[in-house]
Write a protein that binds this ligand. Structure first.
Ligand SMILES: *[C@@H]1O[C@H](CO)[C@@H](O)[C@H](O)[C@H]1NC(C)=O
Ligand SMILES: *[C@@H]1O[C@H](CO)[C@@H](O)[C@H](O)[C@H]1NC(C)=O
Ligand SMILES: *[C@@H]1O[C@H](CO)[C@@H](O)[C@H](O)[C@H]1NC(C)=O
Ligand SMILES: *[C@@H]1O[C@H](CO)[C@@H](O)[C@H](O)[C@H]1NC(C)=O
Length: 471
């Protein structure tokens, strides 16, 4: 059990939340099975001066940081706006926030990543300890692993009461009921997209549907897009008005549409699809993989199984530190099944980043440039209840609510594969992104949807992720 004064570090993620392990300085494993609530650590609570306590090094990626360990060294690192880390001797490095869950620091040839601590008071009430983090550190080349724990010692928030979070309430076992009246309302309010009836939602519980749509959201955690600079604007303006990786001169570079089922594994599917498509682009379709989301769900400590995760940490960091395996090596079961070691080939990520360079630097022009240059990109967005009825067209949130189904807005992760505009004129037509979803190919436009582009619709332009696979 954790000692007095220690908080439990609940690993929390994007397609929702939970399952926790105490990672820590003084050690002790406390697996917890909550079905709720995250840390909510904003930028200002993380920036400032940190002390990192580092355990014995020389380990491999099999190091178990849930076991007890003792610090053998201590580093002081100051995190400055927006992405500069500085050590005591004035050496500079890089850092980024990862949503509101944790952060990554790269300095002095070392890469640190940890989730922030938080403490669950009740199922609905959580305290975030944004001044405490724990996780892993290794050399930038992937060697010399150790566990670390960080404590913020100076800067905003230090000495102030920690932020608390009260979650919305949802009757998870209640059955979802499709609402014909709501569909009519959506279709009556606008003509940009069409809503319709999905018979597959019959008899699905609200809890499962919420997980499928990415899980609960943390209000206000999406950073606003940045204003593109002149170079970005000029470069973006020179790109074609439409582009689609499904059809580049008759050739497709996109993987098949898949179905995540009722597991909150959108982040794992978006991560495999990102890697698959980027391998295709990088190798001119000579490497066409189908990678395993289940191995990620079952084995990645950088995500929360069927309760969510982030492409930055999965396609990116997990891909770099461990690599992804072929789908046949660990086939999809839709459940939180335990990890079993496999010896299949691992396909690795050589580089990963938030588009723009760090969390909070994204915008639509940068997304377009990256998409065209290196292939599809992973994005996150908020699923409102109207989106569940999307059939075709260019989605925009209608602001209408489905009074019959008490929906809590969720975070979902998907793959942008192209962009275009409606009508004949790129100036006056409605601009959109083309997005591959993971709800099967009977959903939407054969598994895809289009969504308004250039206006950060439902926050889709706020935190896109790009990776570079290692062939
Ligand atoms: C973190 O913040 C909380 C609340 O402000 C405080 O009680 C605690 O001592 C801090 N932890 C560390 C390790 O500084
Ligand atoms: C999360 O933190 C941000 C920034 O401090 C705040 O605006 C937001 O309301 C918080 N969200 C919740 C659900 O508490
Ligand atoms: C939903 O459940 C009812 C009652 O169990 C059943 O009659 C019906 O066939 C189910 N619908 C679907 C689409 O499975
Ligand atoms: C890519 O592959 C296509 C089809 O096999 C081939 O026609 C084309 O020349 C290749 N392009 C490059 C740059 O190798």
């Amino acid at each position: 059990m954790p000692g007095p004064g220690l908080t439990r570090n609940i690993l929390a993620g994007l397609c929702t939340i939970l399952m926790g392990v105490h990672l820590g300085f003084h050690g002790g494993t406390t697996p917890l099975a909550f079905a709720d609530t995250p840390a909510n650590c904003s930028f200002d609570l993380i920036q400032g001066q940190w002390r990192f306590y580092i355990g014995p090094g020389g380990k491999t990626n099999k190091v178990d940081c849930s076991r007890q360990w003792k610090a053998v060294s201590r580093w002081t690192v100051t995190l400055h706006f927006p992405d500069v880390a500085v050590d005591k001797k004035g050496m500079t490095g890089f850092w980024t926030l990862i949503y509101n869950q944790g952060f990554e620091v790269v300095i002095h040839g070392k890469k640190f990543f940890g989730f922030n601590d938080y403490k669950v008071i009740t199922k609905k009430h959580v305290i975030s300890y944004c001044n405490v983090t724990s996780g892993w550190v290794h050399n930038s080349d992937g060697r010399d692993w150790a566990c670390f724990r960080g404590e913020k010692v100076a800067g905003p928030g230090v000495g102030k009461p920690p932020p608390t979070y009260t979650a919305g309430e949802l009757d998870e076992s209640r059955l979802y009921k499709q609402n014909a009246e709501f569909i009519d309302k959506i279709n009556g309010k606008q003509t940009s997209w069409k809503a319709g009836w999905y018979s597959r939602y019959d008899n699905i519980t609200m809890g499962d549907l919420q997980r499928r749509a990415g899980g609960r959201k943390w209000k206000n955690a999406y950073p606003p897009p940045t204003v593109p600079n002149d170079i970005t604007k000029a470069e973006s303006a020179h790109l074609p008005d439409e582009f689609d990786w499904r059809n580049v001169g008759g050739v497709s570079f996109t993987p098949p549409v898949r179905d995540q089922g009722i597991c909150g594994s959108c982040y794992a599917f978006a991560s495999t699809a990102l890697q698959e498509s980027r391998y295709r682009v990088l190798t001119n379709n000579s490497i066409k993989l189908l990678l395993s989301p289940q191995e990620i769900v079952s084995c990645s400590e950088y995500a929360q199984k069927c309760e969510g995760g982030f492409p930055y940490l999965v396609a990116g960091k997990y891909g770099q530190d461990f690599g992804l395996v072929d789908d046949s090596c660990f086939p999809y079961t839709e459940y939180n099944e335990p990890c079993r070691p496999v010896t299949c080939r691992r396909f690795k990520t050589s580089d990963y980043r938030y588009i723009g360079g760090f969390y909070g630097a994204c915008n639509a022009d940068l997304m377009k440039i990256e998409l065209l240059r290196n292939g599809p990109i992973a994005v996150s967005f908020e699923v409102y209840d109207d989106f569940l009825y999307y059939m075709s067209g260019i989605y925009k949130h209608t602001q209408l609510t489905d009074t019959y189904n008490p929906w809590l807005t969720t975070n979902h992760v998907v793959l942008v594969v192209g962009y275009g505009f409606s009508g004949d004129d790129p100036e006056t037509g409605e601009k959109y992104w083309i997005v591959q979803n993971t709800w099967g190919n009977l959903w939407g436009e054969m598994g895809y949807f289009r969504i308004r582009r250039g206006t950060n619709e439902v926050n889709i332009e706020s935190m896109a992720v790009a990776t570079l696979p290692r062939p």
